[in-house]
Unconditional design. Structure first.
Length: 291
């Protein structure tokens, strides 16, 4: 059931993303091609789905939140392009294809990431059918979660591997690098729907816990999955000498911790009276995925 729902969402989101990016008929074709290559070459669209499901959970059944959902995916994709660069994780594969810099060169990949980041805010600003107060508030959340005190903070801490001292330090880095965009997804979905502060707090709790579980499972898969399953280089954490939860606890204890955080995320959904089926199934799917 959840596989079908993800596919349905993905098709609709991909159609919208294709429309929102310029076509590759410009004089600056190379950077447009590179941005489109990375944005439209796969991915489960988990963050947009979470945003749209929280929007529904707060009583909205229209398509007005799709621009924000697409903006969030643009930011996520930009972060992947930059993560793969030689100056960061130096990965040659992404989603089973050559990384953006391997196909288009480092400079073009860097600019393609920049283009997606800036185009995300243009896309969000063009949201129609929603009170502009909610749109403005949501743009603020998107900026904060993606910015220097959010995802960027997590990325620099990951690169510098500063948080080696304790498990809590490693989890804090995860909450920034991975959890902040998930927080943006849940919080923006509630905000665009006009949700109250109690619902916003519950959405944040859901996303923070899901983010920790998500990254722990990523670490496990980096150790146990094949390159074909992940569509990217495996054992990259070892290659880059990264401190991870798996290195600290081992695989079995890491699985238990991911399960604990997933259950905490699901508990947060009890605040909402709407249909939580998709978010519940999605959370369990992410916990048990093999890619």
């Amino acid at each position: 059931m959840i596989d079908l729902l993800i596919k349905e969402y993905k098709n609709k989101i991909d159609t919208r993303l294709d429309m929102l990016l310029p076509q590759s008929d410009k004089q600056y074709k190379s950077v447009v091609d590179a941005a489109r290559y990375s944005l439209l070459s796969g991915g489960k669209r988990i963050r947009p789905i979470i945003l749209l499901e929280f929007y529904k959970l707060c009583g909205k059944n229209d398509d007005c939140a799709y621009n924000f959902a697409c903006a969030l995916e643009m930011i996520h994709t930009y972060s992947l392009i930059h993560d793969d660069l030689p100056c960061m994780d130096d990965d040659d594969l992404r989603r089973g294809k050559p990384s953006c810099h391997k196909k288009y060169g480092e400079a073009t990949a860097l600019l393609a990431g920049d283009a997606l980041l800036t185009n995300a805010f243009l896309t969000a600003s063009k949201t129609m059918g929603i009170d502009f107060r909610y749109v403005s508030e949501s743009i603020g959340y998107l900026s904060a979660c993606a910015g220097i005190d959010g995802m960027i903070a997590g990325q620099i801490l990951d690169i510098e591997d500063i948080f080696k001292n304790s498990l809590e330090d490693t989890l804090l880095m995860y909450s920034l690098k991975t959890g902040k965009l998930l927080k943006a997804a849940a919080l923006i979905g509630v905000t665009l729907a006009g949700g109250d502060e109690t619902q916003k707090s519950a959405a944040i709790s859901y996303a923070e816990n899901l983010g920790l579980a998500f990254q722990i499972i990523d670490d496990i898969l980096d150790t146990t999955a094949t390159e074909e399953q992940l569509g990217k280089t495996v054992n990259s954490d070892d290659k880059n000498d990264k401190t991870t939860v798996v290195k600290r606890l081992g695989i079995e204890e890491s699985k238990k911790l991911a399960d604990k955080y997933t259950n905490a995320a699901l508990d947060s959904l009890n605040t909402f009276s709407g249909d939580k089926t998709t978010l519940t199934e999605l959370s369990n799917y992410l916990l048990n995925r093999n890619s």
